[in-house]
Structures are given as structure tokens and as C-alpha cells.
Ligand binder design. Structure first.
Ligand code: NAG
Ligand code: NAG
Ligand code: NAG
Ligand code: NAG
Ligand code: NAG
Ligand code: NAG
Ligand code: NAG
Length: 879
């Protein structure tokens, strides 16, 4: 879905500064520890994170930093308002962000008058990050009316800034901007938000503020240095403390996005660079993932090691290389000086000596470096270096960074290399960094949400794209989508239904099928498939009707056929409409609707069939072999991705309403498939008594208490239920077990109590004994408990959950990779770079296995689900 044709003019702005995932670090747990040392420790201590418009201290589920609310007084800051009485309000967005982290984006401080945060910070160079979510806020704060300026001490960071215009332009949901300023001794850091005088009714808002100290002279010039090369000028340029900087690009050239927690402790975000190269000449991507860069020339916190393990070069063909420039085109605001930092690390084993690879560097079409030679700068292979250049861009709207091989024969490889690229805008003589807003984006919402991305990674790719490009991309996507749907329709499902990736295209065999979003079955086809609804083929029963196992396409494809009870008030038209909507949902972690039949007053749905049954069938009260911890994690992650897609990826938000382990099916390769979504309106009882249905829908043990109280359904109800699923998977017991002591009956309650008292590991499924890395368990428990928070708005979004589970998985894998297992003690240590940090492997106390109430469940009380729930349907082993 990536559009390569989109290198058009972005009038301004920090494409970099959108992100929506990890605001930061549990990495405190692993990565961070590696880097804590001397000087570094000093600058990480004063790390301020303000969640504007909220109260108390809240933990961000992805960065695991504490964000402090601004509605109570705090020693961290003072909030000042010019108007008396104070008029700024703390507010929650009417719609919380769908794709971004809830903290700090779901709440804001808003005012029609100037307000100011005063931070009594220590002197020194700091990062300031301002986080914005341009929602409409209650009280007539329309998103399009926010025009405001931001000052930090005497610097103008933003002027007459419209978050809505910027975010729409970047096709993102939320954004942040990063600045660097120096705070003098005995000075406070004042950040002032002022609504613009025009248009009338302008207001200012802010969702989150980060102040992160930086190591001195990471970007600024040291007092004793002569400064950096000023491209196109004779003199040097000193990045002095009198300047403020704004980060415009921070690219991991040839590599992946690096989220803030994976930075070297400063929470910088690094983005991939694909969008900034011409698709026809993107160079090649050498990679050396095993290299351990040896820092000697530059500080080891300059950039994450991943930046130095990936690069872009031109390739082996000298003739071709000499015919072009490897060129990055970076849209910028004209009228400013820029600081350009190029990161290099020669990691290809054959480049070891000076002049092995010599090349020219052009910045803004001028020679910045006539004979760049990384080895001569670094002293050897595997040693990272960076080079800084200043350049004045008075008229150009794009900054070109171009590399060209040296043609002279002394150079062994006529090639060039770059590993990382950072670009900063430097404040002008008015101490301003402000640029214009982008032009309004025409209000044509792209169908299929082409612009909304599901992850930060996607976002990084999407954010620079223009409307035209998006339209082009959309046609392409639509075409691909139709082809894909066509193929899906056509493909025969062999007994092995295990296509674990949705983009595996099986050869189309049945050419007679109609092209359309959903396959229509005749009643006779269905009768043939189910041997005229033979009762021996019933694999599930529910209030809605029965589910049959059936064979279609002459027996080639096994399907689950759900026959709704006759007498439902659901009209045939409504039925079709809903089916069409559902059939457009395609995701590797969702059970696909193959088709439907509404002949002769019947309402029948045909789904993929999965022989392994549901997740529940592999957890407890089963003869199936217990799943390993890695399998369980992968299944949870898959299910979370499927739910995230339902919430954020579809044209409209789809709330599952009945998330539970019996609704997570498993294909033959153990890929999780969420089933039973979206049929909310189709229960036979539903139309008869909508109100009651709203109250009781869902299964006991999984039901969101807030939904129960308020009868207001949001996607956060699914998040709650998913939290129960996480505990069920961890503990191997049902959500409700009446035979246990009172406090243990509800797994959600009991899990929370155990987590809080630090005894979660004692209720872990004994089958997982010795399998869970303790850091992984810590995060996993935290995710589960956060999902179960009482107040919906405080729960993570499914996107947050996906990010955190990915992280938990990486901790588990990291732990397993680096494990040195002593079989006698069953204790392992993580080792990083040869040092053991001594994190122990989790051991479930064997006593738990004996006391045995865990896992050895009794009555399955959650069967007490209400009759209208479409559950246990495609689940063949159920009953
Ligand atoms: C970074 O450098 C410091 C000393 O300056 C050292 O203590 C630390 O171990 C280094 N970290 C890594 C990952 O090399
Ligand atoms: C929140 O955190 C700040 C800084 O760590 C601390 O000073 C403050 O007491 C905390 N407030 C609450 C309500 O826990
Ligand atoms: C910050 O604001 C306070 C109170 O308004 C003022 O006294 C102080 O001079 C300001 N500091 C700077 C650096 O602007
Ligand atoms: C701010 O921008 C808006 C929209 O471009 C414009 O109408 C308004 O005049 C500007 N206000 C100021 C003070 O420049
Ligand atoms: C090198 O590139 C040139 C021009 O693109 C092409 O004509 C030639 O065939 C290539 N040589 C090899 C060995 O691929
Ligand atoms: C590479 O870029 C420089 C500076 O823009 C230009 O002078 C040169 O002609 C370019 N070379 C090629 C082969 O495009
Ligand atoms: C700079 O180089 C780029 C790409 O090589 C080219 O498209 C652009 O027109 C050049 N700009 C100027 C001002 O020469």
C-alpha cells in the first residue's frame, strides 16, 4: 500500500514530527540501563512529561513514563494565566484519538486567552516537545478554530499555527514538534501559548509537553570549537546557545522507524527515509545487523546503534553509479539557515582503508564535501562518525542532499554511503522558527481510510503524502483491493486453511464466481454444503441459531455456516448492508466472511473454518497440549492486531462487543483469528428489545464495568474484555470460577490484586513454569491491568496494546536469545555485550501447581452468557 509516486511539494514542516506510538521507555528496563553512565545519567534525571488537561500522575502504556497532570499544583511547573479569573479549561477530546496513544493526546489544556507554563529547570540545553491532537473539544472549541502562537522564553516556536491544517496535510491524527533551546543560569523555562488575534474566536491548546535535557553540545557547538562548515560560504558557522533549533527530519537511512523508547534515552524519534528518495533511483540497502559499532570518535548516545547498522549506498555497478546522484529531497520552509547532520558508519567488510570508498557530498546543490572518506574520518570499519554542515536556504522549498562517487581511479569502490540524516531549522534574527501553515487540504475523506494508518510505522510513510498522491494511491489500492478480493473469492480453501499471511495469493480455480465484495450463495448450495442442515454437522449452538460445518466448491473448501433462526426481525436489506460492510473487512487476524445467503427468508452466513478451534480449547479443561508462552504471546498479539483493525482500520469504528477466548480462533499455523465481530444488529432478540440487549450483550466475566454502569458502548469495552483474555491466557483459568474463594472468583479482580501486590507470578499457569522472561511478565501484567482500569478513557487503545505486546514479545525474544541457562538452577541472565545484568528468569513457584485451584477449573460459569451472543460459532469443538 505504499505509494512511491508521492514526492511532491510539501510546503513546509517537519514531516518528522508526527508520531503516534511509543512515547517512551520501559526500555528503562533494558536498553536504557545499557547507556546509563556518567554524564548521561545527569541529563536524564530532569525528564519532565506533562499530560495537559488531566490530573494526577498517569503512566503511558507504551513509554511507561509517568505523565503528570496539570490540573493540580506541582513542583514541576507553575501554570499562569494573564486573564483573571483564570479561564483556561482542562478538557477531554470529544472523540479520543483512534490510532495514537491516549496519553497525552486524549486530554488538553484549552484557552481563548494567553496561558503560560513556567518550569523551574536547571540551566542547559533541552529538548522541548509539544504534542497536539486537533480534536474538537467540548465547549465550542472547534478544531478548525485553533490558531495560536507558542513562545519559549524569547524564542517564537510557532506563530498563528493551526494544528488541524498541519495534521490534515500530513494525513495523521496527532503530531508533535521538537525544539532545542538553551536555558540560561537562573532562568526559568517559560512556554507561553497565545491565541491569534485573527481569525476571531481563535483559541490555543496543548495536549502534552516534554522537556528532556540533552547532553551538552550534542547539537550545539562547543565553546572551544570553531564551528561547522557553512556550505557555499567561506566561513564557518557556530551553532551557539543564542539560537533555538527545530527538528525537521531525523532519518534512519535505509532502516526502519525507531520509536522514542528505542532511542538512546532522549526519546527522539527516528523515521525511515524511503519517502524522500526518487523511487526509480533509491540506491541499495546494505545492512550489517551483527556489527557492534565501536564508538570512539563520537559519543555512544549520538544515535541508536540501529542507525549505524543500516545504510543506503549505490551498489556495485560503477557505470551506473557515475551516471547519477543518490539524492534525498526534503521539503523545508525557505528563509532559514539549517543544520544538516550526516551519520556514517562503514560496516561493509571490504571497506577498511582510506580511499576505499570516496565520494562527493552536495547539500542544496553545492559541494559540501569534495572527497568524503568515512574511513579517514572514523579511523576504521565499524566506527560511527557524523559530520555537520550549515546551509542557508533563502528561496529553496526543498533541501537536496546528494551523494556522488568519486570517478578517480584511486578509489576502490565508486560508490557512496549514508547511515543517518538529521536536519534542524535554526532560529532567524528575530529569534523565530515559525513557518507558514500548509494550505488547507480539500475535504474529501479518502475512502477506505486510505490516509489513516494503523501504526507509527505506517504513519511515517503516510505523513508526507500529498492529496494528489493519495488519490493516485487510492486508485491503485482500490484496484489491488478488488483484485485481491477477487482472488480471495476465487481461491479454493484446501483442507489446509492455514494461509497465515493475507497477501499470499492462491491460484484462482473457480472462474465462475462473481466479482464482488461478497459471495452470494443460493439456498440449494447451502443445502448441499450442509447435507440439508444435517444435525450431525452442527458444531455450535446459540440463541441466534445453529452453526454447521460444511463443504463448498465441490468439497474443496471447508466452511462454517451460521444459520440465523427464522423469525428475526432483521430485514433482508439490512442484512445485506451489514454483510457488505463486513465483507470489506480483510485482515490476517480476522475471520473472513466468505459469503451469505438470503434466499427464501433465510439469513445464512458463511465463514472460514478453522480446525484447531478456539484459543479457549487450548488453555484449560482440554486434552490439547498446553501452548507455550511464545505461542500464547503471538496469539494475543495477533488478536490485538485484529481488534485494532476493527477499531481503527475500517471505514467506521467497529466495536466487537464480545471479545473472549472462545471468539479467538486458531488456524493450522496457530495464527489468531478474531471471529464474530460486527454482527451487532443481527441478533434475533435485538430488534425486539434493543435496550435490554444493550445492557446484557457480552459475556459474564468479560464485561466492561463502565459499560455496565453507563450502558454506553465504546471501543474501550473491547479493551477491557481483552484484558480479561490476557489474564486468562496467562493463568490458564476461566474468567469466573465460583468454586474459588470469594476474592479469586473474578479473574479480572484477582489478577489486579495480584499484580498490585507483586504476586502475579504466583497465579501463572503452571504449564508455563520457567518459560516467561521476568521483564516480559512485568510488561504483560502491566498491559493486562491497564486494560482493566475502571475508567474507560484511562485504558489504552488497542493500538497501545499492540505496541506494548510487541514490546513484551521483544523482551521475551531478547531474553531467550541472550539467555545463558544453567540447567541445574533454572535461572538465566540477560547478557548484553557480554555483561550480565542479572534479570532472572521467571520461575513459577511449584507450590502453585500443587494448590491447583489454578487451571483445574470447575464450573464454567461464563457459559452464563446471554442468549443473543454469537459465540462459539465457528468453533467446531464447542459442544
Ligand atoms: C557508552 O559510553 C560510556 C562511557 O562514556 C560507557 O560507560 C557505556 O558502557 C557505553 N555504552 C555502550 C552501549 O557502549
Ligand atoms: C506526580 O509526580 C511528581 C513528580 O514525580 C510528584 O512530585 C508528585 O507528587 C506526583 N503526584 C501525585 C499525585 O502522585
Ligand atoms: C518567566 O515568567 C516569569 C513570570 O511571568 C517571569 O518573571 C520571568 O522573567 C520569565 N522568564 C523568562 C526567561 O522569560
Ligand atoms: C492566521 O491564519 C489565518 C488563516 O490562514 C488567517 O486568516 C489569519 O489572518 C492569520 N492571523 C494572523 C494574526 O496572522
Ligand atoms: C551497469 O549499468 C549500466 C547502465 O545502467 C548497464 O548498461 C550495465 O549493463 C550494467 N552493468 C552490469 C554489470 O550490470
Ligand atoms: C549531482 O548533483 C550536483 C549538485 O546538484 C550536480 O552538480 C551534478 O551535476 C549532479 N550529478 C549528476 C550525475 O546528476
Ligand atoms: C538541485 O538538484 C535537484 C536534484 O538534483 C534538482 O531537481 C533541482 O532543480 C536543483 N536545484 C537548483 C536550484 O539547481
Amino acid at each position: 500500500m505504499k505509494n512511491k509516486a508521492s514526492k511532491s511539494n510539501i510546503s513546509c514542516t517537519s514531516a518528522l514530527l508526527i508520531h503516534n506510538i511509543y512515547l517512551c521507555p520501559t526500555f528503562l528496563l533494558c536498553h536504557f540501563l545499557i547507556y546509563v553512565a556518567g554524564d548521561f545519567q545527569k541529563f536524564t534525571t530532569e525528564n519532565i512529561t506533562i499530560d495537559c488537561g488531566s490530573s494526577g500522575n498517569v503512566s503511558n502504556w507504551q513509554d511507561h513514563r509517568m505523565w503528570t497532570g496539570d490540573t493540580e499544583t506541582s513542583s514541576l511547573f507553575t501554570l499562569e494565566e494573564r486573564s483573571k479569573p483564570k479561564v483556561s479549561v482542562a478538557s477531554s477530546a470529544t472523540q479520543p484519538p483512534r490510532t495514537a496513544s491516549q496519553i497525552p493526546y486524549s486530554t488538553a489544556r484549552i484557552s481563548g486567552h494567553e496561558f503560560r507554563y513556567i518550569f523551574p529547570v536547571t540551566a542547559g540545553q533541552k529538548f522541548i516537545r509539544l504534542h497536539f491532537f486537533p480534536a474538537s473539544y467540548p465547549g465550542n472549541f472547534d478544531r478548525s478554530k485553533a490558531f495560536f502562537s507558542v513562545q519559549a522564553n524569547h524564542f517564537t516556536l510557532l506563530r498563528n499555527f493551526s494544528v488541524a491544517l498541519t495534521v490534515d496535510h500530513l494525513k495523521s491524527e496527532v503530531m508533535f514538534r521538537e525544539f532545542c533551546i538553551n536555558v540560561e543560569k537562573d532562568e526559568t523555562l517559560n512556554i507561553t501559548f497565545s491565541p491569534s488575534p485573527t481569525p476571531p474566536d481563535s483559541y490555543a491548546f496543548i495536549n502534552g509537553i516534554e522537556i528532556v535535557p540533552m547532553p551538552s553540545n550534542l547539537y550545539y557547538s562547543a565553546t572551544n570549537s570553531s564551528g561547522i562548515k557553512f556550505v557555499g560560504q567561506q566561513n564557518f558557522f557556530r551553532v551557539e546557545n543564542k539560537f533555538a533549533l527545530e527538528t525537521v527530519y531525523r532519518l534512519n537511512v535505509g532502516g526502519k522507524d525507531i520509536s522514542p523508547p528505542n532511542d538512546t534515552g532522549m526519546y527522539r524519534e527516528w523515521s525511515r527515509d524511503d519517502d524522500f528518495l526518487p523511487p526509480e533511483l533509491p540506491g541499495v540497502l546494505p545492512l550489517n545487523s551483527s556489527i557492534q559499532p565501536s564508538f570512539g570518535i563520537i559519543a555512544n548516545y549520538s544515535a541508536p546503534v540501529e542507525v549505524y547498522r543500516t545504510a543506503r549506498s549505490m551498489g556495485m555497478n560503477k557505470t551506473k553509479n557515475l551516471s547519477y546522484n543518490l539524492t534525498w529531497k526534503l521539503p523545508v520552509d525557505p528563509g532559514f539557515n539549517y543544520l544538516v547532520r550526516l551519520h556514517f558508519c562503514e560496516f561493509e567488510p571490504n571497506v577498511t582503508k582510506e580511499s576505499d570508498r570516496e565520494f562527493h557530498i552536495y547539500i542544496a546543490n553545492q559541494t559540501a564535501e569534495p572527497y568524503a572518506d568515512v574511513i579517514s574520518w572514523s579511523g576504521g570499519n565499524g566506527v560511527p562518525v557524523y559530520k555537520d554542515y550549515a546551509v542557508s536556504l533563502q528561496n529553496q522549498e526543498s533541501l537536496y542532499v546528494a551523494l556522488h562517487p568519486n570517478a578517480e581511479s584511486r578509489t576502490k569502490y565508486s560508490d557512496a554511503i549514508l547511515n543517518g540524516l538529521e536536519v534542524f531549522k535554526i532560529s532567524n534574527s528575530y529569534d523565530s522558527l515559525a513557518g507558514p501553515n500548509p494550505n488547507p487540504t480539500p475535504l474529501t475523506p479518502p475512502p477506505f481510510n486510505a490516509g489513516i494508518s494503523f501504526s507509527g510505522r505506517e504513519n511515517a510513510k503516510m505523513r508526507t503524502k500529498t492529496i494528489a498522491a493519495a488519490a493516485a494511491a487510492f486508485s491503485l489500492i482500490l484496484a489491488l483491493f478488488l483484485i485481491w478480493v477477487f482472488v480471495i473469492r476465487q481461491r479454493k480453501r484446501a483442507e489446509d486453511e492455514s494461509v497465515s499471511s493475507s497477501d499470499t495469493l492462491l491460484p484462482a480455480k473457480d472462474q465462475s464466481l462473481p466479482i464482488g465484495l461478497c459471495r452470494h450463495f443460493s439456498l440449494s448450495e447451502i443445502r448441499a454444503a450442509t447435507k440439508d442442515f444435517e444435525s450431525a454437522l452442527v458444531i455450535g449452538v446459540g440463541g441466534f441459531g445453529d452453526v454447521y460445518k460444511g463443504h463448498i466448491d465441490g468439497g474443496a473448501t471447508t466452511v462454517a455456516i451460521k444459520r440465523l433462526k427464522p423469525g428475526s426481525r432483521q430485514g433482508a436489506h439490512e442484512f445485506r448492508t451489514e454483510i457488505e460492510m463486513l465483507s470489506q473487512l480483510r485482515h490476517v487476524h480476522l475471520v473472513s466472511l466468505i459469503g451469505f445467503c438470503n434466499d427464501g427468508g433465510e439469513m445464512i452466513l458463511v465463514y472460514d473454518y478453522f480446525s484447531r478451534g478456539s484459543l479457549r480449547d487450548h488453555l484449560y479443561k482440554t486434552d490439547n497440549a498446553p501452548l507455550t508462552w511464545k505461542q500464547r504471546l503471538a496469539i494475543c498479539l495477533g488478536a490485538a492486531r485484529g481488534l485494532h483493525y476493527l477499531h481503527a482500520g475500517a471505514k467506521r469504528t467497529i466495536i466487537h462487543r464480545d471479545v473472549k477466548t472462545t471468539n479467538i480462533l486458531l488456524d493450522s499455523k496457530w495464527v489468531a483469528k478474531v471471529s464474530d465481530f460486527g454482527l451487532s444488529k443481527m441478533g434475533p432478540n435485538n430488534a425486539a428489545n434493543a435496550h435490554v440487549t444493550t445492557v446484557v450483550k457480552g459475556s459474564f466475566g468479560y464485561l466492561d464495568p463502565e459499560y455496565f454502569r453507563r450502558q454506553q458502548l465504546t471501543e474501550k469495552s473491547d479493551v477491557y474484555s481483552f484484558g480479561v483474555v490476557l489474564l486468562e491466557v496467562l493463568c490458564g483459568r476461566p474468567p469466573l470460577n465460583q468454586t474459588l474463594p470469594k476474592e479469586q472468583v473474578s479473574l479480572a479482580e484477582w489478577g489486579r490484586i495480584c499484580y498490585q501486590s507483586g504476586t502475579l507470578e504466583q497465579i501463572v499457569d503452571p504449564h508455563l513454569n520457567g518459560q516467561i522472561a521476568s521483564e516480559c511478565l512485568k510488561i504483560y501484567g502491566e498491559i493486562a491491568v491497564n486494560c482493566l482500569v475502571d475508567e474507560g478513557i484511562r485504558r489504552p487503545s488497542m493500538g497501545d496494546v499492540v505496541g506494548s505486546l510487541e514490546f513484551a514479545m521483544s523482551l521475551q525474544e531478547g531474553g531467550e536469545q541472550m539467555i545463558k541457562l544453567d540447567p541445574r538452577e533454572n535461572v538465566a541472565f540477560y547478557s548484553s555485550d557480554g555483561t550480565t545484568s542479572g534479570s532472572s528468569w521467571l520461575m513459577t513457584p511449584s507450590s502453585v501447581g500443587e494448590s491447583a485451584s489454578v487451571g483445574a477449573a470447575s464450573s464454567d460459569t461464563d457459559r452464563g452468557m446471554t442468549g443473543i451472543v454469537f459465540s462459539e460459532i465457528m468453533n467446531p469443538e464447542a459442544r
